[in-house]
Design a protein around this ligand. Structure first.
Ligand code: FEO
Length: 392
């Protein structure tokens, strides 16, 4: 196979992982993914930008079979899906040197056991000429590891953005064809991987304003010929202002919590609040993460098991806390038989979000008329909060 041409001297030599369904044994990949590697050939030197996941090693080396020399192997970030084959590439090309951030160099040595003598750390803004093509390295820590950088190819105005602006989407199109489809996949990717670093993303978006970018080529998913499409989406997702949305992850054992949640959904709907409801029995956790990108309010619905909250609620609440969405308000609706610590437990699990808590509704057994009234009052409280915040 020959590397696929993007423009003169720039080609794609990545791998499409059509069948992968889970990342980090955690993140659902309903549409597979790609590991994008790029070859940049100047008149004097050749650079390979990233490798691919070791599971797809054959594909990369098939693309590289006709490439006689690689001078630089640019490692944007040390995670295995891009850096896992650096050792093999260095073996095949003994003259090649790894270029990466100082932090990435340390990680490559510690975690992937790369020979320290083959790697050079590059400063933020450093430029490396290849002959008619110049690679400029821009440090972008925490999208999503501390080691990350991106590369700007000055002459072609191409931004190789690593995981930043990526999407887990197995397609063989080099460029985005269907923006709606890519928007969904990129938002899922942002929610699961980038959202905890929202504040830094705001800074990085500003930093990139100084570069005239013709196209963005991320490490996963298709490239963006219309950079403003994905940059504007990132501005929206990472902004400090949530939308008029309440997310309700819940689970029910004997239908009491489900009846509470459904009443609350209707009450919030009547008050003009958009609701995203997730039954955690079999919810796609990626979709829950996506809903959290915009949500102003998180309301957790839980029954009580052995005195505490349901384990599947614990998982969802833990994840929401770790993803650090911009939500401002929170509450809990819970049912129990004889005693419960569920409300306190949920509050503790999401304590990192610093939510303004609207008084929870904790009931015994199946909901009665007064419980539905309490749920109406909870809906009143949430709608009032949204109104005060200018969202409704
Ligand atoms: Fe796609 Fe963070 O590696």
């Amino acid at each position: 196979m020959k590397p696929r041409k993007i423009t003169e001297g720039v080609s794609w030599c990545g791998a499409i992982d059509w069948d992968r369904r889970l990342f980090d044994a955690l993140i659902p990949l309903p549409d597979g993914t790609t590991y994008n590697a790029y070859l940049v050939e100047g008149s004097d030197k050749t650079a390979l930008l990233d490798t691919v996941d070791p599971a797809t090693e054959e594909v990369l080396f098939d693309y590289l079979s006709g490439v006689e020399r690689i001078d630089y192997l640019v490692a944007h970030h040390a995670e295995q899906d891009h850096a896992g084959l650096i050792g093999s590439v260095l073996e095949k090309y003994p003259e090649a040197r790894v270029l990466c951030t100082p932090k990435c160099k340390a990680l490559l040595i510690d975690e992937l056991h790369i020979d320290a003598g083959r790697a050079d750390a590059v400063e933020d803004g450093a430029a490396v000429p290849l002959g008619g093509k110049t690679l400029e390295f821009i440090h972008m820590p925490w999208v999503h590891w501390p080691d990350t950088m991106v590369t700007y190819l000055r002459e072609d105005r191409l931004l190789f953005s690593c995981d930043f602006f990526g999407s887990h989407l197995a397609v063989n199109d080099l460029y985005v064809q269907d923006e709606g489809r890519v928007y969904e996949a990129a938002k899922r990717y942002y929610a699961e991987i980038m959202m905890p670093f929202r504040k830094l993303i705001q800074k990085h978006l500003k930093k990139l304003e100084g570069h005239d970018v013709a196209a963005i080529l991320p490490s996963h998913g298709p490239a963006h010929e219309r950079p403003e499409f994905i940059v504007d989406a990132y501005r929206d997702w990472s902004s400090d202002t949530p939308k008029n949305v309440a997310v309700i992850p819940y689970i029910s054992m004997h239908d009491s919590t489900r009846r509470m949640v459904d009443h609350l959904v209707r009450a919030l709907t009547d008050r003009g609040v958009t609701v995203e409801r997730f039954n955690l029995e079999d919810a796609d956790i990626g979709k829950l993460a996506m809903a959290l990108v915009d949500a102003a309010t998180i309301i957790v619905g839980t029954p009580t098991v052995l005195g505490g909250t349901h384990p599947k609620v614990v998982y969802a609440a833990y994840l929401a806390n770790a993803l650090r969405p911009k939500a401002k308000f929170g509450s809990v609706v819970a049912s129990h038989g004889w005693a419960s610590k569920a409300v306190e437990q949920v509050a503790e699990l999401v304590s990192g979000l610093k939510l303004d808590i609207v008084p929870p509704v904790l009931i015994k057994g199946a909901p009665r008329d007064e419980d539905f009234k309490a749920l109406d009052e909870l809906a009143d409280g949430i709608a009032a909060k949204h109104e005060e915040a200018g969202l409704l």
